[in-house]
Ligand binder design. Structure first.
Ligand code: FAD
Length: 294
């Protein structure tokens, strides 16, 4: 039986001088709320040819599939914008970002639903939960929306905001009880279960650009809860200088765009009301029309 052979490694030098896309920093950090943050801790590709951004990795991958065909789309920016418009997504998977995120558990629960990332979270079985609770500012205490059962709306009046913030004061009492029970010998894995969901957790979250954009599309959207939107905007601010061309295309074609249903296109074409009895669908159409200035 012949043995498998491994040929010698050929190491090819970079063809030109290179730049670190994070400009030599080990971490770029954006603070969020009272104790939260999103920090970019690594990127692939980390090194790019001088004068380029990490967008170059998208172009490099796309040219494998399109080859000479890319001559028709003769510049990198045009190619990236074409790929994003036409949902040719795999070239965007060639870029990866690793983030360190500190956020309250109620945000982490929404975040973890994005299954295409690699996650490693702080263990509250292994370590004591730090005394950090999310408390919104008074003007971020929102009324229940009347049109969106899942959403908040305008701020509540000052007295109600004060009442709400008093309700959150109980976190401190609960944390004191948590510490007391740890001292009495209760295991960390059990003592933690009495802590509220505004307590902070943290994790490392690694995700490719395609799925980061998917996350941002859903979580920068106005339908997402305000608190996770703040994190999504922080994440966008961190990746924008690394992949400026992709970020611009994302704003143009995804977040800043508008998806129309067949019924909506028909209503536009015929200048008739939307052919649907569904009140929610009609309200959504009105919102879209207003946004488009119609
Ligand atoms: C405004 C808003 C409100 C929401 N409300 C609720 C709610 O009330 N209740 C609730 O439970 N969730 C809710 N969610 C979560 C939502 O349903 C999604 O789970 C979340 O947004 C992640 O989206 P995703 O599945 O596209 O992302 P990802 O998990 O990142 O998936 C990306 C893509 O990969 C595919 N994929 C990933 N894993 C698999 C797999 N194992 N098998 C097949 N395909 C896979 C997905 O289908 C998707 O196309 C809400 C989300 C938003 C933005």
């Amino acid at each position: 039986m012949p043995e498998p052979t491994v040929n010698p490694i050929e190491r090819k030098p970079f063809e030109s001088a290179v730049t670190d896309v994070m400009q030599g920093a080990s971490r770029w950090e954006v603070k969020v709320h009272d104790h939260g943050l999103v920090a970019l801790v690594d990127v692939m590709p980390r090194l790019v040819a001088n004068g380029q951004t990490a967008d170059a990795a998208v172009v490099q991958a796309a040219r494998v599939s399109y080859g000479q065909g890319t001559k028709k789309i003769n510049e990198d920016r045009g190619l990236i914008r074409y790929l994003l418009r036409h949902r040719h997504t795999t070239p965007f998977e060639m870029i990866e970002f690793k983030f360190h995120v500190v956020m309250p558990i109620f945000i982490a629960r929404q975040w973890i639903r994005h299954r295409t990332a690699n996650v490693n979270e702080y263990s509250a079985r292994y370590s004591v939960v730090p005394d950090r609770f999310y408390v919104p500012s008074a003007d971020a205490v929102r009324k229940q929306s009347e049109t969106n059962r899942q959403g908040g709306d305008a701020p509540v009046d000052a007295a109600t905001a004060e009442d709400f913030l008093k309700y959150l004061d109980h976190c401190q009492t609960q944390y004191a009880e948590y510490e007391r029970l740890l001292e009495r010998g209760v295991s960390r894995e059990l003592a933690r279960i009495g802590l509220p969901v505004n307590v902070y957790t943290e994790w490392y979250w690694k995700c490719d650009l395609h799925n980061v954009l998917r996350f941002l599309s859903l979580r920068m959207d106005e339908h997402a809860q305000l608190e996770i939107r703040d994190y999504a905007y922080a994440m966008f601010a961190l990746i924008q200088p690394i992949v400026p061309v992709t970020a611009e295309a994302f704003m143009d074609y995804d977040l800043g765009g508008e998806h129309l249903t067949r019924l909506e296109i028909e209503a536009l074409r015929s200048k008739q009301p939307l052919a649907s009895e569904n009140k929610r669908e009609q309200a959504e159409w009105e919102t879209k029309k207003a946004r488009m200035g119609l």
